[in-house]
Design a protein around this ligand. Structure first.
Ligand SMILES: Cc1ncc(COP(=O)(O)O)c(C=O)c1O
Length: 451
């Protein structure tokens, strides 16, 4: 990535923003100082990786806003990295949770909401049979187990730059020699992940064909567009090619819509009529409560029922105690019925398009070789002139020092965007003025960088 701004200038401005952050947040600082009984001072150690001097402690959040313990109000374009993509604490979900909370919710047995949710998901996504999990990570783990169990084939194919949660089989990258290796930074990895996972570059049908050719692949698991390494959109015809090749080689196509549900009512695959064999959706499905779903075609479901009927007694290796409890299903129903609606998408997609256009105009005005991509409510800016076509290209375009400066400066200006890359989500409550504030905030950083 050609560096547009001097690293020394980026470092100096980052120091200034860090000092500002510290000075403005005495209560967050005090909480951080008293966090010695938490590993790395936080409930999940990676919460320290946001790039702030100490974590931002949140007091409450509503709609498109969150408020920290020091009383600063932020317009939230991170939205829990999609968990709250329809806004924080949507009233119907909050009411369903409150109603269920008083009547018991963890019985390890279904209630009436489960049937409603199953029927709704079937109608929405065109896959007739569904299961519930607690996180998208779990749902992905379970679909891989199903795919292997149903096919008797051991190998899973994913695309380079993918992220599907902390699912061992998918925590891989392609190295310079084209080999599948464990992602850097992985802790405690014992098994050779390259043994049963094959990584191929996104947008490369020839490589996918080669990966499928041995006939040992249970499934291809992918997002329709990569969204966790910056954004990588599919080339025209790529996903249709993936569908055709998976059918040709007898591998299931599993589509993870956890982030690309930003595209529209039935996700990216619904928008283009992709017809996956299985589909995973986590994060926003129950309004941001821990919940996920996975669906399957009639054919996959019939094979799954046959497998359950014929396998020896004992644990299938799928399902967890607290999944699909009455609480989760009540929240999911309220969310699907009243929050995650066509009307919500009709609001968010044009608003995100305005954000994307405004950022493009900003970068053009500043003659910056940066691009902006958008899928529905989700936008991303990347430090490269044209949208990357592979995960490797997207990774090469990253500049973590510059990204951290932009994020921290935005935070100090009351705007929160997703950490680790430059992703922004717009929810139905995001006001137009917040979009202007975000773009002005980025411009302020650019002007400071130009000195
Ligand atoms: C596409 C995709 N799938 C799955 C996951 C895992 O979600 P969770 O961390 O909620 O299990 C993520 C998380 O970022 C994701 O982006």
């Amino acid at each position: 990535m050609p560096q547009v701004f001097s690293p020394a200038r980026v470092a100096a401005l980052t120091e200034r923003e860090r000092a500002d952050y510290i000075a403005q947040r005495p209560r967050s600082a005090a909480l951080a100082a008293g966090s010695g009984h938490l590993l790395s001072g936080v409930p999940m150690h990676w919460m320290r990786d946001w790039g702030t001097p100490f974590p931002l402690y949140i007091d409450h959040a509503q709609g498109a806003q969150c408020v920290d313990v020091d009383g600063h109000v932020y317009t939230d374009f991170c939205l829990g990295d999609t968990g709250a993509m329809f806004g924080h604490s949507p009233a119907p979900v909050a009411a369903a949770i409150a109603e269920r909370a008083a009547r018991g919710y963890s019985c390890m047995l279904p209630g009436a909401d489960a049937n409603w949710v199953g029927a709704h998901l079937a109608e929405r996504f065109g896959l007739p049979v569904w299961q519930i999990a607690t996180t998208a990570t779990d749902a992905n783990r379970f679909v891989l187990r199903w795919a292997r169990g149903l096919s008797g084939r051991p190998v899973v194919v994913v695309f380079d730059g993918c992220y599907h949660g902390t699912v061992d089989d998918t925590l891989v990258r392609q190295d310079a020699d084209g080999r599948t290796v464990a992602r850097s930074g992985l802790v405690g990895q014992v098994a050779d992940l390259g043994q049963y996972t094959r990584v191929v570059p996104f947008n490369d049908l020839a490589a996918l064909h080669a990966a499928l050719a041995p006939g040992d692949v249970a499934c291809v698991l992918t997002e329709p567009a990569l969204t966790n390494i910056g954004m990588v959109l599919p080339d025209e015809g790529f996903l249709a090619g993936v569908r055709q090749l998976t059918r040709q080689h007898g591998a299931l196509l599993v589509i993870d819509e956890t982030h690309t549900i930003s595209t529209g009512y039935a996700g990216y695959s619904g928008q283009i009529g992709l017809e996956p064999d299985m589909l995973v959706l986590g994060k926003p499905i129950a309004g941001g409560l821990p919940a996920a779903v996975y669906g399957m075609s009639a054919e996959v479901a019939a094979r799954a029922e046959a497998l359950l009927a014929s396998k020896p007694d004992g644990h299938s290796g799928m399902g967890t105690t607290l999944s699909a409890n009455l609480f989760t299903l009540a929240a999911m129903r309220a969310n699907l019925e009243q929050v995650m609606t066509r009307d919500a998408y009709a609001l968010t997609t044009p608003r995100a398009a305005r954000l994307a256009d405004a950022l493009r105009a900003l970068f053009a005005r500043h003659r910056l070789p940066w691009c902006v991509t958008q899928i529905g409510a989700r936008c991303e800016f990347q430090f490269c002139p044209t949208p990357p076509r592979t995960g490797a290209e997207a990774e090469a375009a990253m500049d973590h020092a510059l990204e951290r400066l932009i994020h921290l400066s935005l935070l100090n200006q009351g705007v929160l965007i997703t950490p680790f890359h430059n992703m922004m989500l717009v929810c139905p409550d995001t006001p137009e003025t917040a979009i202007t504030a975000l773009v002005d905030g980025v411009e302020a950083v650019l002007e400071a960088l130009r000195g």
